[in-house]
Structure formats: C-alpha cells, structure tokens
Design a protein around this ligand. Structure first.
Ligand code: ADP
Ligand code: ZN
Length: 733
C-alpha cells in the first residue's frame, strides 16, 4: 500500500463518498493523522459529516485540483478494518462497466454504516494478580472471589448480581488491587463450519467433479468452472465439497442463491454438511444481524456467507471461492440503481480476489456455455441423477386437439393424470407463472380493459384480496361494480387464468384433495416457505399449485406429476431470450418431478407442440437446443456473440422523453460493427407514471460499449427532469 500522497508539503487524500458523485473528493490530512487507502473516515460535506473511504491516488492527477489551503480536513478515522484493495478495485470496475458513479457502487458496500462505528468496548472485571498488599476480605468481597475464577472476565452488572453485592463493592476491590478491569470476549455469533465434518458419501461422478473443484480451490488462483448436471444429480453436494476445501485453506467462501429467503431446504443441507449454519445476507435480515454480519465478514469471522446478489459487496478480507447457484436465473440481475448482473460481477470479484468461481445450473445460460466453448471457463458435468433415479418423462397436451371445457383451463388429459396420481397416494403439482386470479379484466359490454393509471400494464385481479393490482408499481383498487367506461353494471369479467383461478378449478375437480398454493404472495417469508416445504415432504398435501417459486431447487420426494398449465406463456413478445428462458424455467419445474423411489411425469399444455422449446423439453436434449439458439444469434452478433447496452430515457412528460430520445438518436454513434436501434417505446412504455423510450447500442463482441456510451452521452444534453438510465447487457428486451 502506498503512503498518504503529499502535495506541496501538505498531505491530501482522495475520499470516496457513498453518494452519486463523479469521483472522489480531496481532503486535507490534519497532523498527526496518517491515512492509508481503504480506511473509513468521517469528513465534512456541506455542513454535515459523512462517512467515506480513503481511495487510491488517481492515476491521472485532477486538472484543476482544489488548492491545499481551501481543503477541508478529515474529521476522524473509524475503528473498522480498512476496505481491502480488491474490494476497492471491484467497486471501480463495477462503476466503470455499468457507467455508474463509483460512489453509488460504494454505497452498496457501505450499506451498514452502523457497523463501522466503534463496537462499544464491553468492560468487565477479572482477578488481579496477587500483589504485596493484603487487602481486607469482607464476606461480600469473598462472595465476589467465589464467583470469579482465575482467567475469567465477567461483566460488572452480572458479577455483582451473581455475588449479591453492589457495583461499588467491585470498584472498591479494584482500588484495593483485588480486581482489574478487562475487556469481555466478543460474542462469537458465527460458528466456524467444520470442513472435516462428514458429508454424504459422494457417488462416482460426484466424487470426480468434487475432486476437480477442490483442486481449483486449492490452487488459490482465479478460474471459473461451470458445473452442470441434470436436476437431482447432486451438484449442491459437489460444490459444498469445494466450500470445505476453501475453509480448510482458511479462506472465506460466498454462495449466491437467487431466492435466498425461500431457500430453507438449502440451509438445512448446509447444516447437515457442516454442523452449523452459515451467515446469511439478504434484504430480509434485521438491521442488527446486518451490522453483526458485515463486521464479522470484515474481521474474517464469518467463514461462509450465503446471500443474495448484494453479498458481492461485503468486505471479505480473504475470499477464496464464490459459488453462483442457479446461474441462469434472471433474479441475479439488479434493475434499479446500479444496474448489474451478479453472475458476471461474481466472476470479476473472484478475479480481483484470486478466488475460484463456480457457476452452477442444470440449465446453464448461453453466456456461460459460450464462455466454456471459447475456453474461458472449465466445464464439469454430472450426467445422471443421484442414486440412479430416472429423469421425468415429458409429454405435450395439445390444446388444439384436447381443449379444456369452456371457461376452464385444465385439459382432460391433465385432469385425468392428476386424478390418477392423487388416487395412487402420490403428489401432483400444477404450475402457472402468474400470480392472482386473472391477468385481465374486461367489460363484456364495451370491451374496456382495466389498466394501471401509472404503467403500460393491465390490472391483475386478486380475488382473495378483492383487489385489482398492478404488478409493476403496486397500484391497487377494488374492482368497480360497473364499467368505468360505459357504466354498465356487473359487466366486468375475468379473462385468462392466474394461480388463484387454477386453484378454484382444482377445488371443484378434486374437493377431497389437500391443496396448497405456492406463490410469492401466499408464502410471504422464509418461515411460511419452510412450513410449506415441510408439509409437502411429510405428505400433508396432495396437490401443489404454484408460480415460478416452485421451480427453485426444492426436493419433493413424493411428487410424481407436474402439469404446466400454459407452456406457451413465456414465448410471446419480442424478447431475445424468451425461448431460452422458457426452456430453463420449464425444465427446472419439470425437474421437481420424480425421485429414486418413483419416476416422474410432466405434461405441458401447449397450443404449439411443434415449437422447438416444447421439442427440447420432450427430448431433454437442452444442449442441442442451446446450439440452435447459438446458431440463431451468432450471425447477427446478438449476445453473447455481440454486445448490447440499452439507454432508457424517461420523463413524466411524454414530449420530453421523446425529445431527449430523438436527440440521442440524432447523435447516435456509428461505424464498423457499431449499430444503434431506436429510439422506440421501451417494453413498459409507461412505468410508475414515467414515459419511457429506449435506444439499443449493439456492437461486435470485440468492441467495448462503455467508451462509446460515455462519448455519446457526453454529446447530448439531458434536461434535469429527464432521466437516462444505462443498462449494459440488458436481460429483458
Ligand atoms: P442438484 O442440485 O443437482 O439438483 P442436489 O445436490 O440438490 O442436486 O441433490 C439431489 C438430491 O440428492 C438431494 O435430495 C440430495 O440430498 C441428494 N444427494 C445428492 N448427493 C447425495 C449423496 N452423495 N448422498 C446422498 N444423497 C445425495
Ligand atoms: Zn402500475
């Protein structure tokens, strides 16, 4: 680390503040303070004091630095472990890649300012070493000496209480040389997982993959491995082995999961493997746990963290392994604020930390497969289900030939299969990726559709709550008694199904079956999800009706039938990855069916059984499907064979959004391998009351988009109330 740079005799340091500023601000270092990069400091800013981090001297000195005499001094240094160079470089990297202000990225790494403040030094008392004087031992003092054994430190209040004396007695004993003040040992809230705790005996393919991963971790160098394998092949046990290796080397491990709050089964397996629970990091932990976890990570006391994408910004001093489970999941993309993809940034963080990175999926993204093909990542595959279990058989129910009865959504072949499954005493699941009762409410008289006042979206009926809701902005209103357009009473009618409506149909079809809905609004938290999983495992449920949360790595050993109510649902719209994502989602859902004891069956209700997506799901040959996808995207330089960035222009006034979008379009960059599409209405042309336009910058893979974007944005003035959001590598378009 460099020493504090000195400019014209007076030391100054750049301090990065967790605010959306263009860069670091310089501050004077008052004598005798000495500062090193990474230290957390408190500095004055506009009559306030704010926390920041001493950054590294910029490579290129500022053109017009504030003169030394006008610099404000750093107020104080915080007693927290300094931010490591690897985390500082990660923050710089994410900022540069996403075109975000570095301070906005720093803010994610400083999400718990309270953790930086001094942990109150917990005072306690211990026995003083015997001295020459012989103080008087009263009965009260004797009771204290009886409680306090040599080498122990007790908190004053507890000691006084245990001995039945006042605190004054303790102070008197200290004055007389009997006791000595001492600091209490810190609570060790984060138990150390035991890397040698016996895990399950790995099968041969698992053992081979596990050994390969252990070697990668043992090398203590950067490298990315893509661990694939059919659902139920035992990938989790394999990467937990890599975690054990990392722990044995004394380095920290981070596991990212897409839906951590619902991953109760995963946590149980971790505990079974290591004897203790890992530290958790996600938006639903209490602020106290946040503070303790942040601090424990910084001090190296939390050896394993399991978290959501934001855990990438935790202050690990020595990260040896990052695992991204379900790496294909779009939940890893953060769309608000700093727009980044946690899978891609995990690779960057691993590189800067000299750590191994393991991406895990039964349905890997085309991005990761392409990186394997190009030799950038190593591939490991588990070709079979653990314990010789067979994969489910997938069939299509052709809705053109065997349609459901009028006003219903389950076709006869699916209804029969569910009935037979329940009669055999096995479990069935109906999957529909749509919350609520109906996605559209329509007036039978005039055709008026109920839409959100703030968004380009229909209102979704939630019948149980008696509300029409917008799934984008949260707008909610009770269903009107008459059509707001033509005034006809009782003319509004529900169109299409959501899970609530499928449940209603199931109630009528299987009144005696025990039914359970699994959706994010019926399972609001980890406790509810855990309880649902337990009830299913203990066979207290016959029929599960769920949205996409049922696709997330659950193990339901008695589930043998999965029915997909609308397999075509994800294919509509112009999204580049619609087919890829539908295959991934439905394959994951299908993977819930069947275990060693009972083979599974999957029925896909579809209007287009010949669609390549349905064919891939039937054959189970996802690799071939992904090769077809690659063949379609490669010639046009679509991702991952080219680069893409979106500019979303938004304003409350439609005209203003249009004007800025047009200005950007007129100033669009060009040249060989560079193309701009748009401006056009963004996929949600109105969102939360803002009108949105979009321009897409598309380049060849060997051309970086960031310098082009920076130059482009610098050429176009943007009025104050217009926002231009940059989304590098957009996922939904
Ligand atoms: P995947 O992540 O590939 O879908 P999992 O790792 O979740 O597969 O394993 C599937 C199931 O098999 C889980 O119930 C798991 O507990 C079990 N399993 C995996 N490997 C072993 C093993 N070596 N011994 C015993 N059970 C295992
Ligand atoms: Zn809305």
């Amino acid at each position: 680390m460099k020493d504090t740079p000195t400019v014209s005799g007076r030391p100054r340091v750049p301090v990065m503040l967790p605010l959306p500023l263009a860069g670091a601000y310089d501050y004077a270092v008052p004598a005798p303070m000495a500062l090193r990069p990474g230290e957390f400091v408190s500095v004055p800013l506009n009559q306030r004091e704010v926390l920041g981090v001493v950054w590294d001297a910029p490579e290129v000195p500022e053109a017009n630095p504030v003169p030394d005499r006008r610099l404000k001094p750093v107020a104080s240094v915080l007693p927290a472990p300094p931010m490591t160079a690897s985390l500082r470089r990660f923050i710089d990297w994410v900022a540069a890649y996403t075109l975000s202000p570095p301070g906005a990225v720093l803010r994610m790494a400083m999400s718990v300012p309270a953790a930086l403040e001094a942990p109150a030094p917990q005072a306690g008392w211990t026995l003083a070493p015997p001295g020459n004087s012989r103080p008087r031992i009263t009965p009260e003092r004797q009771r204290v000496l009886d409680v306090l054994r040599a080498g122990e430190v007790h908190a004053g209040a507890l000691l006084a209480q245990a001995a039945g004396v006042s605190l004054g007695v303790l102070r008197g004993m200290a004055e007389n040389g009997l006791l000595r003040p001492a600091l209490l040992p810190r609570n060790r809230r984060f138990a150390r997982p035991d890397p040698s705790h016996p895990g399950p005996a790995l099968g041969p393919a698992q053992a081979a993959a596990g050994a390969a991963l252990r070697n990668r971790v043992a090398a203590q160098r950067f490298g990315v491995t893509l661990l694939t394998g059919v659902t139920g092949s035992g990938k989790t046990e394999v990467y937990l082995d890599a975690v054990a290796e990392c722990l044995a080397r004394g380095r920290q491990a981070l596991v990212l999961l897409p839906e951590i709050a619902l991953s109760t089964q995963w946590l149980e397996r971790f505990e079974a493997r290591f004897g203790v629970a890992p530290a958790l990091w996600h938006s639903e932990i209490t602020s106290r746990t946040r503070r303790d976890t942040w601090r424990a990570v910084a001090e190296g006391e939390a050896p394993v963290v399991v978290g959501a994408r934001s855990a990438l910004f935790l202050p690990f001093p020595d990260l040896g392994l990052i695992v991204v489970d379900e790496e294909h999941e779009t939940a890893f993309k953060q769309e608000e604020g700093v727009v980044y993809h946690a899978r891609d940034m995990a690779v960057v963080r691993a590189r800067l930390s000299q750590a191994a990175c393991v991406l895990v999926s039964a349905t890997p993204s085309l991005e990761s497969l392409t990186n394997v093909e190009a030799g950038r990542y190593t591939a490991l595959d588990l070709p079979e289900r653990h314990g010789g279990a067979s994969l489910p058989v997938v069939e299509v129910v052709d809705l053109r030939r065997t349609p459901p009865e009028r006003g219903r959504f389950l076709a006869p072949p699916l209804v029969e299969a569910v009935t037979a499954t329940i009669e055999r005493g096995e479990q069935a699941m109906l999957f529909l990726n749509r919350r609520g009762y109906a996605p559209l409410t329509l007036c039978r008289h005039c055709g008026h559709r109920m839409r959100c006042p703030n968004c380009t979206a229909w209102l979704v009926e939630h019948r149980a709550k008696r509300l029409l809701q917008c799934h984008h902005c949260g707008h909610a209103e009770p269903p009107p008694a008459e059509c707001p357009e033509c005034g006809t009473a009782n003319s509004l009618t529900a169109v299409g199904p959501g899970v609530e409506r499928v449940m209603e149909e199931a109630n009528a079809l299987w009144p005696d079956a025990r039914r359970l809905v699994m959706a994010s609004d019926t399972l609001p938290g980890p406790a509810a999800a855990a309880e649902a999983a337990r009830a299913i495992q203990d066979r207290e449920v016959d029929l599960i009706i769920g949205t996409q949360i049922v696709a997330k790595g659950w193990h339901f050993p008695h589930l043998t039938l999965v029915g997909v109510v609308d397999a075509d649902l994800g294919l509509a719209g112009g999204d580049l990855r619609a087919a890829e994502r539908t295959v991934q989602l439905l394959h994951q859902v299908a993977g819930r069916a069947g275990r060693a004891e009972a083979p599974g069956r999957v029925l896909l209700q579809s209007f287009s059984p010949e669609h390549p997506v349905m064919q891939a799901l039937i054959s189970g040959d996802l690799a071939a499907f992904m090769q077809e996808e690659a063949a379609m995207r490669r010639p046009g330089h679509w991702p991952p064979f080219g680069r893409l960035a979106a500019l979303i222009v938004s304003a409350e006034e439609e005209r203003e959004a249009d004007r800025t979008a047009r200005d950007l379009g007129l100033a669009a960059p060009g040249g060989e391998g560079v193309q701009v599409l748009g401006p056009a209405p963004a996929p949600l042309a109105l969102l939360r009351g803002r009108h949105r336009r979009r321009l897409l910058l598309k380049t060849r893979r060997d051309i970086a988009v960031q310098p082009i974007l920076r130059e482009w944005l610098a050429r176009v003035p943007v009025p104050n109330h217009v926002r231009v959001q940059v989304d590098v590598d957009p996922v939904g378009f």
